[in-house]
Design a protein around this ligand. Sequence first.
Ligand SMILES: [Cu+2]
Length: 320
Amino acid sequence: MVSFETPSIFNPASFEAGRIDALFRFILIVATLTFVLVEGLLFFAVWRFRNRPAEAAVQVHGNTKLEIAWTAAPAVILMVLLGFTFQTMGEVKAVTGGNVLHVKAIGHRWWWEFRYPDLQIVTANELVAPVNTVVEVAVESVDVEHGFWVPELFGKVDAVPGYTTRVRFTPTEIRNDYYGGQCTQFCGRQHAQMRFAVVVRSAAEFQNWAALMQRPEGGPEVVSGGAAAGRELFLTPTSQCIGCHTVADTTAVGVTGPNLTHLRSRGFIAGGVLANTPENLKAWVTNAPGFKPGTVMPSFANVFTPEQVNDLVAYLNTLR
Ligand SMILES: [Cu+2]
């Protein structure tokens, strides 16, 4: 299993996550002071007015000033917190504006699809974004409700079937590792295995990546040997692959599973839980439900010979 850097809201790497972090810390301080004050008064009262055998307790009824004070003080505190919360919400709200990169994140049981409508890019598991650019993500779902969250970059939003939720983030830091994301709404058996990553790159690196992603599959002339046999098998309708997967400019136009056109350009497969290595591809293509019981991708263990799987993986390896 791939381990992303442990996601933390205390380690913000975008303007929006920075604002949320600041609000959280402010609320934490106010809440801590309130807690210490209230508990301190409680313990003081317990100690100061503890029962002593000789004394009868003083009987008091009502204290208007005190009651007004302990109603007004929390109300004022909550109003202040509400004010800062509204302010932060305004700052992080998705507003479609000028220089915005639009990305669609579509939840599937149990992986995330990423589409860049303006760039004609379709990929999975990894959202690549340029640093210091406003990225507006339109979050959707094709099946059940999912949750979309990268703690370092933006607040949690729901992916609701038939409805688009928008969230915006402006990454400010390029880190070597991935920003780890996780489905945060229980969505069935493989909910915990529904991860994704955000990769933040410099503007130039992002352009290179986009250009690579816009290239079509190389066509039959670029593959040979096992890969050519694998390509043929992959594109044969009876092998089923093309019913669920797309490879641009081939007869593979299925949309049930991840787009495989540039499969090998991604670090992970299977909803971010397996490193994208030839060995893992082989194991996955042989028996996907062995890794993720319940996935709609069937097991091919009794369908293909190991040689056929080798050929398929040789072909998948050419999808760069
Ligand atoms: Cu989910």
